[in-house]
Design a protein around this ligand. Sequence first.
Ligand SMILES: Cc1ncc(COP(=O)(O)O)c(C=O)c1O
Length: 348
Amino acid sequence: MIASVPHAHGYSDSRGILSARRAIVSRYEQEPGFPHVDPDHVYLGNGVSELITMTMQALLDEGDEVLIPAPDYPLWTAMTSLGGGTPVHYLCDESREWQPDLEDIRSKVTPRTKAIVVINPNNPTGAVYSREILEGIADIAREHSLLLLSDEIYDRILFDDAVHIPMATVAPDLLCLTFNGLSKTYRVAGYRSGWLVITGPQDHAEGFLQGINLLASTRLCPNVPAQFAVQAALSGVQSINGLIAPSGRLHEQRDAAWKGLEAIPGVSCVLPRGALYAFPRFDPEVYEIPDDAAFVRDFLVAEHVLLVQGSGFNWPATDHVRIVTLPEARVISDAIERLGNFLASWRP
Ligand SMILES: Cc1ncc(COP(=O)(O)O)c(C=O)c1O
């Protein structure tokens, strides 16, 4: 990126520079079963965040519904509302390693439903979805002619024997938008560099796709120096592999968080199989937490450790928090020990 700065002063093609879009096409060519991608159907963005915003603005009319997981990555819910749509949350099942509940999704489809959002690997639960569940979601989309929106920004952050299956590979016959970027796998979140890849039949969605194109043009282009990092990142050494290996830092931190949480009486946590988070549950029989935001604030003030309340991820109860597993293992262990001590004496 530094070497490219002298050539990156001007605006670029509104979809992004061709060399980066081609590098993204080759990346997906190496993904077994991924449908053909045309470089014209790749859009670069100032992070996945901007591309989510553009997608929702292009897609939604007043009152259109979008199925979004609960817990969710809340930008999806916010951008659905801002785009004039109505977010409808489907449940992910904690007793089944946080896999989406297919029956719940099916029961929430209405004539106004336009799309299903899938976040895999998941923020905040760390779940990595099975082929069976992804096929089940594709079946529902097929039956009701729904668009698939698949946020796969953690697809290379996997632990143990977890395997990521891209949504587009189980739904090559459906219109599917796959979102990814440099923020997590290449740890350059501040560069603001993401991409959107459109696969499947497009004839029936001309207006929507023209909308994306128009919105891409109205922002002129994504920031250009960061676009030059894409090809280098995708074709260079994949340093994430060392971090997620059993002796790697991210793996050790995930283990430290999970072990520490499981050791606290009345706290349980599904082992995160991917991403950078843990989403533990506080047994309501043991801990009475009527307001999870108040709990998080009190813990911050008392122990100087910041969690995020589960309700911040549109989780319908007040019995979860999210932990980011990015600090060093000893820092995570210390913070979780403090959480255990705090819980033992906290009263609402
Ligand atoms: C599931 C998910 N999608 C998207 C993003 C945002 O990504 P970007 O930095 O590319 O905007 C995040 C960031 O935390 C995320 O967790």
